[in-house]
Write a protein that binds this ligand. Structure first.
Ligand code: UGA
Length: 433
């Protein structure tokens, strides 16, 4: 394999994972960030992101001399001590701007900084989720005929980003310059993943298409769970029966309080907006988003029904993050449900293994505690909102001793109903008999 000299600009969640994993594949990577304090911490081996395996990969890469950190994109490119940079990954934020296009301010700043420093023949790769047309816009910003731009979207899940990077279902690389796309695809050759080589616009589209599909799949499952509740069917058996069909697949079929996080909500909204901007209606995606909003109301109604009245009810929340295995509260369905419960007059105490203390602005509706027993104290109901496996191992007999009423609403169908019922709780799931 050819070890390449790579610059990664942006040491956020995507950039740092990309840099550390590419270094682990044998490439020589310099990862840049504008935040000097963050660079200092990374040089000291402090990763600062809860992502299994990332800390070790950063340490290994640094010790082997294959991974370095520096302040500023220019410093990652212009390195007299290293061979000329061959591939530059842009992993800077590209938030949605007005009208569905990406806000390219960060890309513009990097382009301005590196455009005179990039050697001829270098490939610039856009990695972040970006609206269709961003690779083309980046090419125009660079104003360099001898530098190719390639779109190479990432499909990393938070909490398993390193695993997903090193065990990809597929690699997608798009460019209007095929040789450049092939060079980027070759960086991942060791992973042996199916590779889709296409044009830049199609590669950009894949990311939105995949995330919206996953979101719609979940909204559909949540609708099935609601129907099962009414019809007396069991959604666990229904999804198992569906999942064996290889055209459907068994993954991403667990109902919950709605889908959230920093990707699915943003990407579905962006897809609708991007489509509207070019006069195309995507009602299926819009319906998936609307169903997701409604799912939170449904969960609140279920909790209200369980306790009688929400006004003045004391509710203990188990889980605040948008999914298990992260400390990420962004667009968390758990917090959306908490907000609605609080609006209805409930008093909320919450516990989350990934978020042991209150986060101003995020958990304002919840008194955050660092122990599930404290969340359960005098509660009229316990509500499971995030699928942390450790909630299954809780001592339900001990919890039963401190709660006000033994009611648990399990919006993730996470707990073993028999265990919880043996401790004297009434267990209410979603779509379960
Ligand atoms: C998602 C995609 O899964 C990744 O492929 C993609 O790369 C990433 O977005 C991105 O665009 O960067 P992530 O946001 O980390 O990854 O989270 P997911 O694991 O997809 O979960 C999203 C939401 O769906 C969470 O709230 C989760 O709890 C919920 N979910 C997931 C369910 O309610 N049920 C399920 O069966 C699965």
């Amino acid at each position: 394999m050819f070890a390449r000299r790579i610059a990664v600009v942006g040491a956020g969640y995507v950039g740092l994972t990309t840099a550390a994993c590419l270094a682990s594949l044998g490439h020589h990577v310099v990862c840049a960030d504008i935040d000097a304090a963050k660079v200092d911490r990374l040089r000291a081996g402090e990763v600062g992101i809860l992502e299994p395996g990332l800390h070790d990969l950063v340490a290994e890469g640094t010790a082997a001399g294959r991974l370095q950190f520096c302040v500023g994109a220019g410093a990652a490119v212009a390195r007299p001590d290293l061979p000329p940079v061959e591939v530059l990954f842009l992993c800077v934020p590209t938030p949605m701007g007005a009208g569905g296009g990406a806000d390219l301010a960060a890309v513009e700043a990097v382009a301005a900084e590196v455009r005179h420093l990039l050697p001829a023949g270098c490939v610039v790769v856009t990695k972040s989720t970006v609206p269709v047309g961003t690779a083309e816009a980046t090419r125009k910003l660079l104003r360099r005929r001898d530098v190719a731009v390639v779109s190479n979207p990432e499909f990393l899940r938070e909490g398993s980003a390193v695993h997903d990077f090193l065990n990809p279902d597929r690699i997608v690389v798009g460019s209007d310059q095929q040789d450049a796309a092939e060079r980027v695809a070759a960086l991942y050759a060791r992973l042996g993943a199916p590779t889709v080589l296409t044009d830049a616009a199609s590669a950009e589209m894949v990311k939105y298409a995949a995330n919206a599909f996953l979101a719609i799949k979940l909204s559909y499952v949540n609708a099935l769970a609601e129907l099962c509740d009414v019809l007396g069917a069991d959604v666990a058996d229904v999804t198992e029966g569906m999942g064996h069909d290889r055209r459907i697949g068994s993954a991403f079929l667990s109902p919950g309080p709605g889908w959230g996080g920093s990707c699915l909500p943003k990407d579905t909204r962006a897809l609708v907006q991007v489509a509207a901007a070019v006069g195309v209606d995507v009602p299926l995606v819009s319906a998936g988003i609307a169903a997701n909003e409604r799912q939170r109301d449904l969960m609140v109604a279920k909790i209200g029904e369980a306790v009688g009245t929400l006004d003045g009810a004391r509710i203990g929340l188990l889980g605040l993050t948008f999914k298990a295995g992260t400390d990420d509260l962004r667009d968390s369905p758990a917090l959306a449900v908490a907000r609605l419960l609080s609006d209805a007059g409930a008093e909320l105490t919450g516990y989350d293994p990934g978020c042991p203390a209150a986060v101003p602005g995020s958990t304002d509706d919840v008194h955050v505690v660092d122990d599930p027993m404290r969340a359960a104290k005098d509660a009229d109901a316990l509500v499971v909102l995030t699928e942390w496996p450790e909630f299954r191992q809780l001592d339900w007999t001990a919890l039963g001793g401190v709660v006000g009423r033994r009611i648990v609403v399990d919006t993730r169908n996470l707990l073993d109903p028999d265990v919880v019922r043996r401790a004297g709780f009434s267990w209410i799931g979603v779509g379960r008999r």
